[in-house]
Design a protein around this ligand. Sequence first.
Ligand SMILES: [Zn+2]
Length: 355
Amino acid sequence: MRPKDRISYFYDDNLGEDCPVFENLFEFCQIYAGGTIDAARRLNNQLCDIAINWAGGLHHAKKCEASGFCYINDLVLGILELLKYHARVLYIDIDVHHGDGVEEAFYFTDRVMTVSFHKFGDMFFPGTGDVKEIGGKEGKFYAINVPLKDGIDDTSFTRLFKAIIAKVVETYQPGAIVLQCGADSLAGDRLGCFNLSIDGHSECVRFVKKFNLPLLVTGGGGYTKENVARCWAVETGVLLDTELPNEIPENEYIKYFAPDYSLKIPRGNIILENLNSKSYLSAIKMQVFENLRNIQHAPSVQMQEVPPDFYIPDFDEDEQNPDERMDQHTQDKQIQRDDEYYDGDNDNDQNMDDA
Ligand SMILES: [Zn+2]
């Protein structure tokens, strides 16, 4: 698409109220979606065991439609990349909203199992994600939905999460896992209605990491922004096996973390009643286990032609000073292809003139 067509594509048909057009929207999409695709490629090429893209995780976007603040579904693009190397990919979603865009993309295939834990009912966005939605055709029983009610707490959530994910991994035996860590499932989120602390949320990340499978971790929703930053900082620590001090060090955004400047979420009157009774959660778990009993143990995949990898840049971000902020433009400029002409010192024209 030419840039002008791209803009009219977004404007005309595909953006609802939730998806405003803003300046540099297409570039924004390129950056977060490119990040997730690159994360998948790094995992495929064994350049890392865990790849994180906190800017990604826009799980509502559909093939032909932007939805719920999501324009391009980077998770689907990342999973497609992982499928070039892995027969089965497991997608796990702990955003408070149903991961509908990812589920829809892989609803009819057994090569991706999607598991979403989310608030369901009371017209909560996007309205899908009933336990009865299980996939179709070859994908029947390969979509798992765990619909929850308001106020779920750490104990109930992590217990249910661990039981279901352990069973899923044992049965499905994925080659790689994609984990969407939407932080709107935290207590006190402006849109969410769960009661998770960062300890509970990050316990899910710790549990998934323990499977020691190639792991792609993304962000997602999160509307109380200081808590989103806290949560993903703690989870970065979990993924690096590093315990972070509770005191947030001096930085240019420190004022957002007043008054206590700590990583822990300050608890006020944000505690909601947990409407998920033990019997309700037990019934949901039993239904999911029942569905899992229907699937073929770790389905195999026929050999098929795999599209080639994209170009892998030489640029190694690990060589950068992590304390120095670099914007995407500057970073992109550091990635140079041998077969292109440049201005400046690397200008091939220049070299040819010299010769
Ligand atoms: Zn969300």
